[in-house]
Design a protein around this ligand. Structure first.
Ligand code: TXA
Ligand code: MG
Length: 318
């Protein structure tokens, strides 16, 4: 059990002493440490049981700070930062030597993001260093969208959890890198591809199966609950045995107990669906369901990120 609350001073004190803190962002909760302190960063990998080949995102208070850590900024990166920061967008840029290799897993680039959550922005402004923070879940499990989720799994590893309420967006940031200064989308996320294209024109997509660029596919199964999850594989006969759940987009499946159906958005609103998704995946485990059948949501806007996460959550079970 960790101390939990909205005390920015307590969080800052822990971080300044090289300890880990759970932080709220608009996407998911992060497991934060001083990005410039290699020992503190090592603690993140250990707490998450995260392989060292998987680089961390560095969170900064303001776009103007990006030049301290990025060696260069393609024009398209500046345009995207101006359009979407603070917000659910991570830019992969050439790093300055100040950023430890441990943070970037030896890559010459660093992932930078200005999160939009007011508590975390105040925290960042109060610190003299940026925060390295992956999602605050054990490696491979579903990302946390409440402070309680963080406490449930990593409570013993953190010095403090800054409780900023449930996350508004609910899926992780969209990750954009650059090849010959042209933007490439590496991870679908909170900023829809259509919105990115509206700023920089048509963009290439190179969605990475796993986190490890040199061993693609190795970490395919990400965001997975323990409950067996099947996507768009509707069985001929559904067992109403109390151990089987359905994850539906907007309408319950007729003839199946409503208590065992999780509706992502009764209003068929993709934004609401994204905000609820990870909480529902955790609920499957909390309620002891053994199997869940999920349906894809409409595949546009943030719906693409939802479908991507559903695919990964079900990847172990094909
Ligand atoms: O919304 C988010 O992005 C959340 C919140 C906490 O900010 N963070 C998050 O971090 O999702 P994480 O560690 O779960 O995912 C970060 C991913 C890595 O797995 C990696 O694929 C990519 O970001 N990444 C980070 N730095 C990179 C780099 N230098 N080059 C390529 N990919 C990088
Ligand atoms: Mg993660």
């Amino acid at each position: 059990m960790a101390r939990m609350g909205d005390d920015i001073g307590a969080a800052a004190d822990c971080l300044s002493r090289g300890m880990l803190v759970g932080i709220p962002t608009e996407t998911v909760y992060g497991l934060a440490a001083n990005a410039l302190d290699e020992r503190a960063v090592a603690g993140i990998f250990e707490a998450k049981q995260r392989p060292h080949f998987d680089p961390l995102i560095v969170h900064i208070a303001d776009a103007t700070e990006a030049d301290r850590y990025a060696a260069s900024f393609p024009v398209a990166a500046r345009q995207l930062a101006a359009a979407f920061w603070p917000g659910p967008l991570t830019l992969i840029l050439p790093k300055k030597p100040l950023i430890p290799d441990l943070v970037t897993s030896g890559h010459p680039t660093v992932g930078l993001r200005v999160p939009a959550h007011p508590l975390t922005r105040d925290l960042l402004r109060s610190l003299s260093f940026p925060l390295a923070a992956p999602s605050a879940n054990p490696f491979g499990y579903v990302s946390p969208t409440t402070a309680q989720h963080v406490n449930d799994q990593l409570g013993d590893a953190v010095c403090y959890i800054l409780d900023g309420g449930p996350c508004d967006v609910g899926v992780e940031s969209t990750i954009v890198g650059f090849e010959n200064d042209r933007p490439v989308i590496y991870r679908l996320g909170g900023i829809p591809v259509e919105q990115i294209a509206a700023v920089v024109g048509e963009v290439k997509e190179q969605i990475r199966a796993g986190s490890n660029p040199v061993a693609p596919g190795q970490t395919d199964a990400h965001y997975s609950p323990r409950c067996r999850l099947l996507l768009d594989q509707w069985p001929a006969e559904l067992m109403a045995d109390g151990k089987t759940a359905l994850i539906r987009f907007s309408e319950a499946w007729p003839g199946f107990p409503e208590k065992d159906q999780l509706i992502l958005s009764e209003n068929a609103d993709l934004t609401e669906a994204a905000a609820r998704l990870f909480g529902y995946l955790r609920l499957l485990d909390e309620q002891g369901y053994l199997v869940a059948y999920a349906e894809s949501v409409p595949d546009y806007g943030i719906g693409r990120a939802i479908n991507d996460r559903l695919k990964r959550a079900s990847a172990l079970f094909h």
